[in-house]
Design a protein around this ligand. Structure first.
Ligand code: AMP
Length: 368
């Protein structure tokens, strides 16, 4: 085990495994290009070590250059890819083969393809040392792959965690055994968002509120926002397929989180099952579901009060609020039995002052 900044990583791939994957890739590419002089373009910073070893394994005429992109700022992927070092000049008529360290969601790849789209290269191929096929969006064909790997956060061999770990000869994987994933359960107005705000600081967790993500999309006028708005305005649930995909996306954006607080998700049996399956595929699980309990009349009062300042249309009309409670009783309440069966359901009194309630929640979390 090694420690980088605040996180512990366990050994995952040995140097020999990495080098033999590179050797295999070099042979495959040589079979296609040894009679030409391809231009290999490494993607900085992560691919520097891979490109060096790749070139040692590829002993045929070739040129090499680099581009530099950055999609991660601090701990979370911003979803915005910046170009820091542009495409080499004089690409006309060349066969370009991109050498990436890792392809995961495909966001960086999209930017790369875009970078080269205005050049008149003869051919454009993509090679990657590591390939997370489970989460790749499939937009472009990947022509050469070193190793397919599951969707775990990895460091070493050029890859970093906040700039540390690039010089490791082997690849390490984030150790997730001490990860805590919580589902905050409760009717609208129960205080899930407020409490999540405190708990995320206290336990260093990433807070995902599906309601907030929808509202963010509505505010920014995205396609998802427009779709969600028609349901949210009436106090109805947004369809499962849309919500589940969005939730997965939010988790993927935080590959190095120490744990998650899911707030407002799952809200249906299908969402609960999808969450379990999704987390299992990533070697993660829900550790506990904690319900904040409060009576309807108190919640209606709280929500109407919140509606005065939040501007949320679904908080300003008692009939919409009651409809949200009906949705909850019909679709969400049955999840109590689902999590009880797994021995994960905990209930906490949601009435009292904010600190008191945080204290009650912390007691449950500390006992996990
Ligand atoms: P909230 O902020 O959690 O109260 O969510 C506000 C609204 O967003 C809900 O009334 C639903 O219309 C929608 N929403 C949020 N989370 C979900 C979910 N997990 N499934 C379906 N709809 C959701």
């Amino acid at each position: 085990m090694i420690k980088l900044h605040d996180k512990v990583f366990k050994p995952y791939l040995k140097e020999e495994q990495i080098l033999s994957a590179i050797d295999k890739m070099a042979k495959e590419i040589a079979a296609d290009y040894k009679d030409e002089t391809p231009l290999f373009v490494g993607v900085l910073n992560g691919a520097f070590m891979f490109v060096a070893d790749f070139l040692k394994a590829y002993q045929h005429p070739c040129e090499v250059s680099f581009v530099r992109l950055s999609s991660y700022q601090g701990l979370t992927s911003t979803g915005i890819v910046e170009t820091l070092l542009d495409v080499p000049e004089e690409l006309e008529g060349k066969s370009v083969i991109i050498l990436e360290d890792v392809v995961d969601t495909g966001r960086t790849l999209k930017e790369l393809v875009h970078l080269f789209s205005n050049t008149n290269v003869k051919e454009f191929k993509i090679g990657t040392l590591f390939y997370k096929s489970d989460i790749y969006n499939g937009e472009y064909a990947i022509d050469y792959v070193g190793l397919e790997i599951p969707d775990h956060f990895i460091v070493g061999y050029g890859l970093d965690y906040n700039e540390l770990g690039r010089n490791l000869r082997e690849v390490y994987q984030l150790n997730q055994t001490d990860m805590i994933n919580l589902v905050l359960f409760g009717k609208p107005g129960a205080g899930k968002g407020t409490q999540a705000g405190f708990l995320k600081e206290k336990y260093n967790l990433k807070h995902i509120s599906t309601g907030d993500v929808f509202r963010y999309n509505i505010k920014n006028g995205t396609e998802l926002g427009t779709l969600a708005k028609s349901y949210i305005d009436k106090g109805d649930l947004v369809p499962d397929a849309v919500t589940i995909d969005m939730l997965k996306d939010e988790v993927e954006k935080n590959p190095d989180a120490a744990g998650f607080i899911f707030d407002g998700f799952p809200r249906t049996a299908a969402q609960a099952e999808a969450l379990d399956n999704f987390l299992e595929s990533k070697d993660m699980k829900v550790n506990a579901t904690i319900a904040l309990e409060a009576e309807d009349d108190i919640l209606v009062e709280r929500l109407l009060e919140r509606g005065k300042s939040s501007g949320r249309s679904d908080d300003q009309d008692e009939s919409k609020i009651r409809n949200r409670f009906d949705e909850y009783n019909e679709k969400t309440a049955p999840l109590k039995a689902y999590y009880e069966k797994q021995g994960k359901f905990h209930s906490v009194n949601g009435i009292g002052n904010i600190e008191e309630i945080t204290g009650r929640l912390s007691k449950v979390i500390d006992s996990l």
